[in-house]
Every structure is written in C-alpha cells, then in structure tokens.
Design a protein. Structure first.
Length: 331
C-alpha cells in the first residue's frame, strides 16, 4: 500500500482551487453581469487526504511509518477586481433650438396700380350685301330718294332698305300705285311733296322737306304709322305698335309701288336728314326704333307674300293636274 504524500495532495488541491478561481474570473470578464460584480474568496481549508490506493503486491516487510508533517500554508492570490462596466460616453449637450423664423414681412404698402386694359379695337362688321342690280331703271329712278342713302346710316337702315327692295322685287317692281289706307294723321310733308310733282331735288326738296323740326316730324310719323297698322296688332305700354303679329291681316298695308310702303321710308329719309348730327342721341334713337319697326313689318309682308306665292303655285299645279285628268277621261 502506497500513500500519496500529504504535501503533494495539498499542493494539488490548492492548484485546482486556483484553477477554478481563474476560470470564474475569466467568465466575469467576458460576461459582466450585476450578479458577478465581485468574487468571494473561498476560505482555505486543508484538503482531505487522498484515498489510498490498494495495490496487491507480494508481502513485504512493513516500512517504517513517517509521521505527517505540518501543512504548509498556501496563500491564495488576491481576487481580481470586478469588471467595471464601461462608462457611457458623455452625451454632448443639445444645441440650442434655433429661434423661429422671423415674422413674414408685410406686403408692400403701396401696391402699384394696375395697368389700364386697352379695349380691343371695335370689330368692323361689313354691311349686309344688298343686290340692287336687278332693279329696273324706272323703279330705280322712282325710289332713288331711298336707294341713294341706303348705305349712309348704318346696318339697321340698310336692312330696312333691303327688305323694301325684296318686297318690291316679290311684286315684280310694279308700276301701279296702290295706296296705303287714308288717315288724317298722315304727315303734311307728303302733300307738299305731291305738289312738287314728286321731285327729289331742288330747293323745295332741300329747304322744305329735308330741313325743319325733326322732333315734330318724328311724332307725326309715329302717329300716322300706328294709325295704318292692322287692328289685330295693338299697342304696347308706350302706346307704340306691339310686335305681336298673331293673326294680323297685312293686306291693308301690303301696297307696293310709289304710293305704298315707299312713302313710309321716304318720310324716314326726311326725318333722318333733319336730325343731322344728333347731340344727345335721343332723337336718333327714336328714329332707329322707327326703322326697326318698319323692317319688322316688311319682314311679315315678305313672309305673307312668300306663302301666297306657294299657294298660287300649288293651286296652279292642282288645276293643271285636274285638266290633264279631264282630257284623259274624255279620250
């Protein structure tokens, strides 16, 4: 039986203990946790004697026993200091918050005035195309007082003259003189013109007919014009002929020739020449209203004439067909 020396056994025990401390310190360095902030040293105590190993050998004389020597003290190394967690880097102080933007400066105190908008140039509208070339020479001379000034006084007047020419054309530029309805309100200037044998020039024309009181002639024209209108037409709130034709019978004023509707336009020519250059436009407006009303009536006269022509043509066609039918039956 051999036994390990107590000194060696104690040394091995101390060595193992130091090895365990070293491993524990290494773990504390690699994993610093709150629970591993310090290493508690284990108090040294004499290691128990190693178990004896029994070896079967031939019997030998017993060796003299050696009394155990005193255990040598083994100073443990001082524990390693606990791993101090690294200090956090000092957070740099936040920069001072920049001041808010300055208040928006006020708008310009004095806003520059807007430029005056230049109005576009007035649109030049060409006058309506009126065909006068087919007027017979006799009718051209008879109506020269109206035809010669057709393009002098604006589109409204030209439209009125155009409607009159169309009315005369539809009636074949007749040389007959059917008369308008008689009325005591007819302007006196018409009788004066008859006395000059219907001359359209000379001092009587210029001084007596085309010169004088324009307002009085205008009032006389409106009174006469209203008196010869169909009774179905009526008057409006201004005591002017209303523009509601309804079932008007236009035959009373459907008078072509030199003593018919031409007389109405002739007085309008005298009225306009008496106006000259109007200062306030009041008289000119009344004249334009009279021209518009005459144009409106001429439009209805042309429409009635067109319907009558269509009826006559249809009647002639039916009459011709009936005659052909009778001839066929007779044969």
């Amino acid at each position: 039986m051999y036994s390990v020396s107590p000194i060696i056994s104690c040394f091995i025990t101390k060595l193992r203990h130091c090895q365990g401390l070293a491993e524990q310190n290494a773990r504390s360095l690699t994993d610093p946790s709150p629970s591993a902030t310090a290493v508690v040293p284990v108090p040294s105590s004499p290691a128990p004697p190693l178990a004896t190993i029994s070896v079967v050998n031939p019997p030998t004389p017993p060796a003299p026993s050696v009394p155990p020597g005193p255990s040598l003290p083994f100073a443990l190394p001082p524990p390693l200091p606990a791993a101090t967690p690294p200090l956090r880097e000092a957070t740099p102080p936040r920069a001072a918050t920049p001041p808010l933007r300055a208040a928006t400066p006020p708008l310009h105190a004095a806003t520059p005035p807007l430029r005056a908008v230049t109005p576009p140039p007035p649109l030049v509208v060409p006058l309506p195309l009126v065909v006068f070339e087919d007027i017979p020479e006799l009718s051209r001379v008879r109506y020269s007082a109206v035809l010669d000034v057709a393009r002098l006084w604006g589109d409204g007047w030209l439209a009125c003259v155009s409607a009159f020419v169309e009315f005369e054309r539809a009636n074949g530029f007749t040389t007959k003189d059917p008369r308008l309805p008689s009325s005591p309100l007819r302007p006196l200037e018409i009788q004066s013109w008859f006395e000059t044998r219907r001359k359209m020039d000379g001092p009587q024309w210029d001084e007596k007919l085309c010169t004088g009181d324009a307002e009085a002639l205008g009032e006389s024209w409106w009174s006469w014009w209203s008196a010869i209108q169909p009774s179905q037409r009526g008057v409006d709130e201004n005591r002017m002929p209303s523009k509601v034709s309804g079932n008007c019978d236009w035959n009373s004023i459907r008078k072509p020739g030199g003593s018919g509707i031409f007389m109405v336009l002739l007085v309008l020519v005298w009225w306009r020449k008496r106006l000259g250059v109007s200062e306030n436009g009041v008289g000119d407006k009344k004249w334009r209203d009279a021209v518009d009303d005459a144009t409106w009536v001429l439009g209805h006269l042309n429409e009635v004439h067109g319907n009558m022509v269509a009826v006559i043509k249809a009647t002639k066609k039916r009459k011709y067909v009936f005659q052909c039918y009778c001839v066929i039956r007779a044969s």
